[in-house]
Each structure stands twice: as C-alpha cells, then as structure tokens.
Design a protein around this ligand. Structure first.
Ligand code: AMP
Ligand code: ZN
Length: 302
C-alpha cells in the first residue's frame, strides 16, 4: 500500500475524514474542523492588524465572470460547472426513464449561471472593479471559500472540494510584491510556531496542453508563483500548503482595476490550503490533537 492510501485509511479509521465513495470528496469531523478553526485564528493573529476587508463568497461564482477570467483557456481539466434540469414534463419522463434504465440521464442538463469557484480570489476582481478606482492605499482583502477542482486522487491532500483562505493585495508593483514577500516570511514563522518543517520553492500552475507549457515556463522564469511545501504523504515530493502569486497587471488589465490615479493595478494573492495544513499537522503530530506537543497546542489554542 502506498503512503497516500495508508494515510487516507488512517484518517478514515480515526473518523477525522469521512468517506463519501468519491475520491477527494470527504466529510470532516468536529476535531478536524477545530484544527482548521484554530489555524485560521493563527492566520488572523499574523494578518489581522493589516486591516484587510473581509469578504466571504459562496463556493459558486457567476458563470459570466468565470468565462471572462479565462479559466477555461488555462485549466479546463479542473473546472466544475453547475448544470440543472430545465426541461418540460415530457423531458422529465425521459430523464426518469434513462435513470431507471441505468442510461446517462445528464445529457439534457443545462448549464446554469453558476460555476464552482476554482480559487477563493476569482469572484473578487470583478467585484472590486465594479466599485470604481481603488483608494490611495490600494486594496487588501481577506477571503475564504470552498473551492472545486476536478482532480480525483487517493492522496488525502489532493481533494476536489477544499477550503482556501486568501489575502489579496491590489496596488503598485512595489506594494504587491512587498505584500507577497511579507506573507512568505510570515508563512515560515507561522509554520515554525506549529512545528512543521517547510521549504519555499518557485512553482507553476498546471496549465493545460501544449500551449500550457509556455505558460509554465513563463511563470517560472519570472518567479510569479512560490509555494510553501510541507511533507505530508511524501518526503521526496512535499505538498504545497501555501501559495504566493504575483499576477503582474494581468488581472488589473482584464477587469479594469484602477489605482486612485487611474493607473492599472497590480495584484498578488496569498493562499492557505486549510485542509492541507490540517493534514500536515495530523501527519507530523499525530491523529489526536490532545496529544500534540504543548507548544503546538499553545500556538493553536492559546
Ligand atoms: P493554487 O491556486 O493552486 O496555488 O492553490 C492555493 C492553495 O490551495 C495551495 O497552496 C494548496 O495549499 C491548496 N490546494 C490546491 N489544490 C488543492 C487540492 N486539490 N486539495 C487541497 N488543497 C489544495
Ligand atoms: Zn488567489
């Protein structure tokens, strides 16, 4: 049995994760949620004084915004769309018949105006652009959302529905690259407080297809993405538990985000993979948080 399956089995056996019959789609126990809540308080402790505006979107976003974002150009393999039955009674009869006969009943489902949120910050850019120019100090936002990515796996750290906590900064190139560096330093300090081993490395997003290879090279060459990695199910290939992304002015141009003087805004976002961080804690300190080192418990629960 590989390390991923055995860790997943131990998580099921302990009740921390609850099987649903779909790889990457799990229930979470109260204990698991308590660890995430405690870690989010630690995030607040590090970032709370910055005065970010807190915004919570549901895990679905406006399909029109999603289309404009270009997500389907870069990551069609990961996207999840919400479809619903929109037919008449006759169509309903055919649907039930297809289901009864074990045939595909989903063909007639129609796309709704909602798609599943692929990253917590996607609904933010059009929302802020609609408000008009940013204030002189730019914009700083605190987000958290369940996100969907179609990447079924038996690695418990690769889920299809998982939570991302994010801070997003909008400002000049200097503002947003300083923000990204600040959070890289904070990320290292936070993980040291909860006694998790980390490394930071340059990274890339999984751009689709042959054209995607160029995007990957460009992202890496320009140091646009860094990740904070922690070993969870593999020491050789540690898992990205935080990401630090500099989008240059690409979202500013796309969405018309303007600084107070009308210049195009640069943006950066910092994402915490909350399930991955909880799993890293369970992997390194054991499946029962009551037995974790007192220092780690103090960092998380005071
Ligand atoms: P990304 O937008 O890919 O940089 O994702 C932001 C953060 O979300 C990553 O650093 C991970 O910690 C987390 N994450 C990404 N994909 C998954 C996944 N499939 N399952 C759990 N966490 C994920
Ligand atoms: Zn983001």
């Amino acid at each position: 049995m590989d390390m991923q399956t055995s860790f997943l089995d131990r998580l099921f056996d302990s009740g921390l994760l609850i099987e649903t019959g779909v790889d990457g789609l799990y229930g979470r126990s109260g204990t698991f949620e308590d660890v995430i809540a405690a870690f989010e308080r630690l995030i607040d402790r590090f970032g709370g004084a910055d005065g970010a505006e807190a915004i919570r979107f549901p895990p679905g976003m406006n399909r029109a915004y999603f289309e404009k974002s270009g997500y389907m150009k870069s990551f069609p393999q990961l996207a999840g769309t919400v479809h619903s039955f929109c037919g008449c009674e006759l169509d309903h009869v055919s649907l039930i018949k297809a289901m009864d006969e074990g045939q595909d009943w989903t063909g007639e489902q129609k796309a709704t105006d909602i798609v599943l949120t692929p990253a917590a910050c996607y609904p933010l850019y059009p929302t802020i652009a609609k408000r008009g120019r940013l204030k002189q100090k730019g914009g700083l936002y605190d987000l958290q959302s369940y996100c969907f990515r179609h990447e079924p796996s038996n690695d418990p750290a690769r889920q299809q529905l998982f939570r991302m906590r994010e801070y997003v900064c909008m400002g000049t190139q200097q503002d947003v690259t300083d923000f990204r560096q600040l959070w890289m330093d904070r990320g290292v300090k936070m993980m040291a407080e909860v006694e998790l081993p980390v490394e930071i490395d340059v990274a890339n997003d999984p751009f689709f297809g042959r054209a995607g290879k160029m995007m990957v090279n460009n992202q890496r060459d320009q140091n646009l993405k860094f990740e904070l990695l922690i070993p969870i199910t593999s020491v050789a290939k540690p898992t990205a538990c935080m990401s630090f992304n500099y989008h240059q002015d690409s979202f500013g141009v796309k969405w018309g985000l303007e600084l107070h003087d009308g210049a195009v805004a640069h943006t950066a976002c910092v994402g915490f993979g909350l399930e991955r961080i909880a799993l890293a804690l369970f992997h390194h300190h054991g499946l029962d948080p009551k037995l974790w080192p007192a220092t780690v418990r103090k960092a998380l629960w005071g």
